[in-house]
Each structure stands twice: as structure tokens, then as C-alpha cells.
Write a new protein. Structure first.
Length: 237
């Protein structure tokens, strides 16, 4: 089974190809270039370096959200375009599940956090055992204080990762009452390889959809939508 993984949900852009039990190629950058500039060239590069042609792919796994609205749209458009052209299904991998799967084999629970601004995070709580991801708290958009409360209530050792950790590190130090640690730097951000491997597992479980049907999961409205609604409310008064 050959799967292309794509993750452009955050600051990191990543593309990878997984063939059966091997990650054949991965290209990941975190250099603040826009994903519209980097993603397609990265995919072309992993295809060339892997020796696996696009036509050989069985599916495309894509980080489906939440995350950056622009990044998710770029990833979705790229995955949908390739899926339609190649006539292969898409596998939606929730962003936080793909991020948590980076730490497969880690003791305790895993809590990925993506910065959602305004003192909020996209986050969830997971455990990985025997390469299977167990969802303890499904991904959600919530305040960092609410996420800290959920972790404390669970009462277990936790490993945190994601771009929301450095943003809220001081608060985590002050308010977490359980044993906790940060993931090492090389495992702390999104990876298309994790998306591809998890996507392969989900595909074997029948969790696939057509490219035409795929939609990103933003979890909340964009800032532009919120501002438009606020303006409409003001005008209606």
C-alpha cells in the first residue's frame, strides 16, 4: 500500500510517501515560506526521490484540521486536485491525531497543542499503544486554562508538543499539577510521515472518502467570518 501524506495545517509544511511498513521519503520545512510556494515542489521532490510515481499511489492522507485556515485550504486543494486527477481516495487525518502520533510509544498521555491565538489552543488528549491511537479527549478549540484543567483532572503524566507549547509555556509551568514534559525538538511539530502512517491505518479500517467529498475541519469560524458577523450585528441594532 502506497500513500502520500500531506500536512500544511500549521507553520510546518510537510510531504511524505509511505509504502507498506516503510517511510520511503519525507520533506519537511519550517522556514516561514508560504505553503502555496512550497507544498507542490515538496511533493514533486518526494515523488522523485522515492522512485514511486504518483500513478502508483493507493490513497492520499491529508491533515484535515484544525489549524491555519490558509494552510488547511492549500493542503485540501492540493490533496483534492491530486485525488481527482489520480482517481484515488483521500484519508482525512485530524491534525491533532497526526501530531500526537509523532510520539507513538511514549509513556503516559500525549497532549498536542496548536496556538489558536486569543489565549486559545487547538488541542486533544491521546494515548498510543501497540501503534494504535486512542482518543481520550477529542480535538477541540478551547482556552489554554480549560485545556490545563482537563489535563490536571486526568491526573496522569503528560507529554506536550506543538507550536502552542512555547506560547503558553509559562502558564503550563504555573498551573499544571501533574508530571509533564515537552517532546524533544525533532518530534515537536507536524510531520507528513505521521499523517501517512496513520492514514494507512485508517484506510485499512475503511475510513476514506472521495476527493470531491473531502472538506477541512476548521473547528471554529475564521477571523474574517467573526468580524463580518459582529459588523452585521452592529448594523442590525
Amino acid at each position: 500500500m502506497k500513500i502520500l501524506g500531506i500536512d500544511s495545517s500549521g507553520l510546518v509544511a510537510s510531504a511524505a510517501i509511505c509504502s507498506d511498513d516503510t517511510v520511503v521519503a519525507e520533506f519537511t520545512v519550517n522556514n516561514k515560506q508560504t505553503h502555496s510556494q512550497t507544498l507542490l515542489p515538496m511533493i514533486a521532490q518526494v515523488v522523485e526521490m522515492s522512485g514511486i510515481a504518483l500513478e502508483e499511489l493507493d490513497a492520499i492522507a491529508v491533515a484535515s484540521g484544525p489549524g491555519s485556515f490558509t494552510g488547511l485550504r492549500i493542503g485540501a486543494a492540493t490533496a483534492k486536485g491530486l485525488g481527482l486527477a489520480l482517481k484515488v481516495p483521500l484519508v482525512a487525518v485530524p491534525t491533532l491525531e497526526g501530531l500526537a502520533y509523532r510520539l507513538a510509544g511514549m509513556d503516559g498521555v500525549i497532549c498536542p497543542m496548536m496556538d489558536a491565538r486569543r489565549s486559545q489552543v487547538y488541542s486533544g488528549i491521546y494515548r498510543v499503544s501497540d501503534q494504535k491511537l486512542d482518543v481520550i479527549c477529542a480535538q477541540d478549540a478551547l482556552s489554554i486554562q480549560d485545556m490545563i484543567r482537563k489535563i490536571n483532572e486526568l491526573g496522569q503524566k503528560v507529554t506536550v508538543l506543538g507550536d502552542g507549547v512555547p506560547v503558553h509555556r509559562d502558564l503550563l509551568k504555573e498551573q499544571l499539577t501533574v508530571e509533564w514534559q515537552e517532546a524533544p525538538m525533532h518530534l515537536s511539530r507536524q510531520s507528513a510521515a505521521a499523517v501517512a502512517v496513520l492514514g494507512q491505518r485508517y484506510l485499512s479500517e475503511g475510513k476514506e472518502q472521495t476527493a470531491a467529498a473531502f472538506r477541512p475541519d476548521y473547528l471554529r469560524k475564521s477571523q474574517a467570518e467573526r468580524e463580518r458577523e459582529a459588523a452585521q450585528k452592529m448594523l442590525s441594532k
